[in-house]
Design a protein around this ligand. Structure first.
Ligand SMILES: Cc1cc2nc3c(=O)[nH]c(=O)nc-3n(C[C@H](O)[C@H](O)[C@H](O)COP(=O)(O)OP(=O)(O)OC[C@H]3O[C@@H](n4cnc5c(N)ncnc54)[C@H](O)[C@@H]3O)c2cc1C
Length: 415
C-alpha cells in the first residue's frame, strides 16, 4: 500500500488525545506502524455510537477492523456528541426496539462497570401520560411479553413519590425501574479507546463519497480519503450519522432529514429535584441533574432542517421560553431556575423514524447503518450485533430497517 492510513499519525494522535483524558492508555503501537497496516476485513466509516459498536461486535466476531472518522469519536457536531441519552424499553408496539434496548442494556452496564467513570446511571425512566394512552398500553403488552420490569403509577403515587412534579388527576406514570441515563460522549470515547487497545486500527480521515460506478462487479475494493489515502477492505460499514447522505448520495439523498434539536440545562440542586428518574412528558423529556450538569430539558419535536457542518450551535430564545413554559406547568419550582448550559445537536431522521441498516443498493459489500432518528443511541450494541451478523452472512437485511421502506417525505412512526 503506497499511501497508508497511518501516515496521518498526527491526526490519530488528535483522535486519541481526548480519549487519553479518560484515563485509558491508548498509544500508537507497532501494530499501527506503516509496515504493519494490513488490508482490513471490514472498514467502518464513522466513530459515533453505531460505528464503534459495529467495530466492537465485528472484532469480537474475529474480523480485522479499521475504524475511520473525519474528526474524532463523538465530537461536538456528531449526533453522539451530547452529554447524556435516555435508555428505555417502552416503544409502544415496536417490539424489535424493546428487545434491542433490553439486550443493549447488558452491554452498557458491562461497559459502565469496566470504565473508570459511570456510563449508565440506573435512575429508572418514567413516562408521564394521561390514561388511557395507546403508547403506554402497547408498551405494557410488549414489556410483559418480554418479561422486562415495568409498573404503572397512579396520580396519587406520582405525587407521593415525586413531590417536585406537579401531577393532576387523570394523569399516570409508566415506570421502567431498570432503565436510565447513558453518558453519551463518554461511552463512545471509552469504547473507541478500548477498541484501539484490542487491536482495532483507528484512523482519521474524511472519506470521499461512494458511488456505484466505483464498484467492480457490484463490489467496492477501497475507499479514498479527501487527502488521497486508500483504505482497502473486504467489506465496508458506513455509519456517518447526519452525513450519511453526503457519503452515500445515490442511496440516501432525499431520505435523510437532519433536524435542529436544542437541549437546555437548568441549575437546580439535588434537593430541588429529589430522587427523580429520567422522565418523558412528550414532547418534552429530560434527566435530573446527573454529575452536577443541571436539570436537562429537551423538546423532542423535530426542529428546522440543519446542516451539521456549518450550523452555529447557539440556543434560541424561543426554545428557552418554551422549556420554561413547560417547567412552570410540570416542575413549577424550576420555572425560574438559571440556564446553566445548552447544546444544539441534530437528529438524523429517516422518513419514518426507523433506523436504516441495509446493503447499499448497487454495492454488495457496502452496508449503510444510521438514521437513529432521535432514539438510536441506546440501541448501539444491538445494532453492532446485527451488523456483525449481516457482514458475516449469518443474517439477512430485515424490516423495518430496509432502505426500500424509506420515503423522501417525512412521516414519523416511532416515538
Ligand atoms: C439532542 C439529541 C437527543 C437524543 N436523545 C436520545 C436519547 O435520549 N436516546 C437515544 O437512544 N437516542 C437519542 N438520540 C439519538 C442518538 O444520539 C443518535 O441517533 C446517534 O448518536 C447517532 O449516532 P451515529 O453513530 O449514527 O452518528 P454520529 O454520532 O453523528 O457519528 C457519525 C460519525 O461519522 C463521521 N463522518 C461523517 N462523514 C464522514 C466521512 N465522510 N468520513 C469519515 N467520517 C465521517 C462523523 O465525523 C461522526 O463522528 C438523541 C440525539 C440528539 C441529537
Amino acid at each position: 500500500m503506497g499511501k497508508t492510513l497511518d501516515r496521518d499519525r498526527a491526526g490519530r494522535r488528535t483522535l486519541l488525545k481526548g480519549i487519553g483524558a479518560l484515563g485509558v492508555t491508548a498509544t500508537l503501537s507497532s501494530r499501527t506502524s506503516a509496515t504493519a497496516v494490513k488490508k482490513a476485513d471490514v472498514a467502518i466509516v464513522g466513530a459515533g455510537v453505531f460505528g464503534t459498536w459495529c467495530a466492537d461486535k465485528l472484532q469480537r466476531a474475529g474480523k480485522r477492523v479499521t475504524l475511520i472518522d473525519a474528526l474524532s469519536p463523538a465530537h461536538s457536531r456528531a449526533s453522539s456528541g451530547g452529554e447524556s441519552r435516555v435508555t428505555r424499553c417502552g416503544y409502544g408496539s415496536k417490539q424489535v426496539y424493546s428487545e434491542w434496548s433490553w439486550s443493549s442494556l447488558a452491554d452498557w452496564q458491562a461497559l459502565s462497570a469496566r470504565s473508570g467513570l459511570p456510563i449508565f446511571h440506573p435512575l429508572g425512566v418514567l413516562w408521564i401520560h394521561r390514561a388511557p394512552d395507546e403508547l403506554v398500553q402497547a408498551s405494557t403488552t410488549v414489556l410483559k411479553k418480554l418479561d422486562i420490569p415495568h409498573r404503572l403509577l397512579s396520580a396519587r403515587e406520582l405525587r407521593e413519590r415525586y413531590p417536585v412534579m406537579k401531577t393532576v388527576d387523570g394523569e399516570a406514570g409508566f415506570l421502567e425501574p431498570r432503565a436510565g441515563g447513558l453518558m453519551a460522549r463518554r461511552s463512545v470515547q471509552r469504547l473507541a479507546a478500548e477498541l484501539e487497545s484490542r487491536g482495532v486500527t483507528l484512523a482519521r480521515g474524511r472519506v470521499q463519497p461512494i458511488r456505484r460506478s466505483q464498484g467492480k462487479e457490484g463490489a467496492l475494493s477501497a475507499l479514498t480519503t479527501s487527502d488521497g489515502r486508500r483504505i482497502d477492505a473486504e467489506q465496508f460499514v458506513i455509519a456517518c450519522g447526519p452525513w450519511l447522505d453526503r457519503i452515500c448520495p445515490e442511496a440516501m439523498a432525499g431520505r435523510l432529514f437532519p433536524t435542529r434539536q436544542e437541549v437546555l440545562y437548568f441549575g437546580a440542586g439535588a434537593a430541588a429535584t429529589g430522587a427523580l428518574p429520567v422522565w418523558a412528558d412528550l414532547p418534552f423529556y429530560g434527566l435530573p441533574s446527573i454529575e452536577g450538569r443541571g436539570f436537562k430539558v429537551a423538546d423532542d419535536t423535530h426542529g428546522a432542517a440543519i446542516d451539521p457542518d456549518s450550523a452555529h450551535r447557539r440556543p434560541s430564545a424561543a426554545a428557552e421560553e418554551k422549556a420554561r413554559g413547560f417547567l412552570a406547568r410540570r416542575f413549577p419550582s424550576l420555572a425560574d431556575a438559571p440556564l446553566v448550559e445548552s447544546r444544539v445537536c441534530q437528529y438524523e431522521n429517516s422518513s419514518d423514524g426507523h433506523l436504516v441498516i441495509d446493503r447499499h443498493p448497487g454495492l454488495d459489500n457496502v452496508w449503510l447503518v444510521g438514521c437513529g432518528s432521535g432514539h438510536g443511541f441506546k440501541l448501539g450494541p444491538a445494532v453492532g450485533s446485527h451488523v456483525a451478523e449481516l457482514v458475516t452472512g449469518k443474517a439477512k437485511p430485515r424490516e423495518p430497517f430496509l432502505l426500500a421502506q424509506k420515503e423522501r417525505k417525512q412521516d414519523r412512526a416511532v416515538q
